[in-house]
Write a protein that binds this ligand. Structure first.
Ligand code: ADP
Ligand code: MG
Length: 227
């Protein structure tokens, strides 16, 4: 394996069965280091199951799953611990020196330096998702897994959060897999969009640079038609 590929994702023939239901039926997927990939698909098509496999949270599938060691996940629900202050949530489970400083630096990147000592229950939904992003960032992941991270946010908060993710990605360049229902979001943020259907990657759209893209882009029109 070349150095350039070392921190990429390579999945071959991934199968995951629940009872008599085959949810993933031979998924092949590559994500290059620093690439931003969106994963689209109907509800129940297995997007979160695939993301969990990449996160290393589900070892029960079969097939080949080769992912970088440094991974971080952001879910639709922020999953902050209400009894830990914001900064402490950011570095939860980490060890080492200067945890407070590291948390503050990550919070500054998401515009929440002033809320380090706040309790999670005093934050808005958008702020909570920013803390969840800071918690991912502080781990300096090679692969950032985002499972419909903006799904619970109102429209304006979602736009701000999308812009923040775009900025953070440009700054840190982890590989990203973004699970989303939202075609516009995929087009706005991703280099490529994949459609998960029938337990496989059924289509791939090379949405391509530069951003922002035109809604007249033929790939965009094809993508909307297929969904
Ligand atoms: P998506 O994220 O695309 O909406 P999921 O990956 O969450 O879909 O789920 C895909 C299918 O797998 C669904 O039918 C769901 O009920 C089933 N499933 C997911 N996780 C489990 C589980 N732990 N046990 C049984 N069935 C599951
Ligand atoms: Mg899901």
């Amino acid at each position: 394996m070349t150095a350039a590929l070392r921190n990429g994702v390579r999945v071959r023939g991934l199968r995951r069965v629940f009872g008599d239901r085959t949810v993933l039926d031979g998924v092949d997927l590559d994500i290059a280091p620093g690439e931003f990939v969106a994963l689209l698909g109907a509800s129940g098509s297995g997007k979160s199951t695939l993301l969990r496999a990449l996160a290393g949270l589900d070892g029960s599938g079969s097939g080949e799953v080769d992912v970088p060691g440094g991974r971080a996940v952001v879910y639709q629900e922020h999953r902050l611990l209400p009894w830990s202050r914001v900064w402490s949530n950011v570095v939860l489970g980490l060890r080492g020196r200067d945890l407070r400083e590291r948390a503050e630096a990550a919070l500054a990147e998401v515009g929440l330096a002033a809320r380090a000592d706040a309790w999670p229950l005093t934050l808005s939904g958008g702020e909570s998702q920013r803390v969840a992003l800071a918690r991912a960032l502080v781990r300096t992941p090679d692969l950032l897994l985002l499972d419909e991270p903006f799904g619970a946010l109102d429209a304006l908060t979602r736009l701000n959060a999308q812009a923040l993710v775009a900025d953070l990605w440009a700054e840190h360049r982890p590989a990203v897999l973004l699970v989303t229902h939202d075609v516009e979001e995929a087009l706005l943020l991703a280099d490529r969009a994949l459609l998960l259907a029938g337990g496989r990657i059924a289509r791939e759209y090379t949405v391509g640079l530069p951003r922002p893209r035109s809604l007249d882009d033929p790939e965009f029109i094809a993508l909307r038609r297929d969904l």
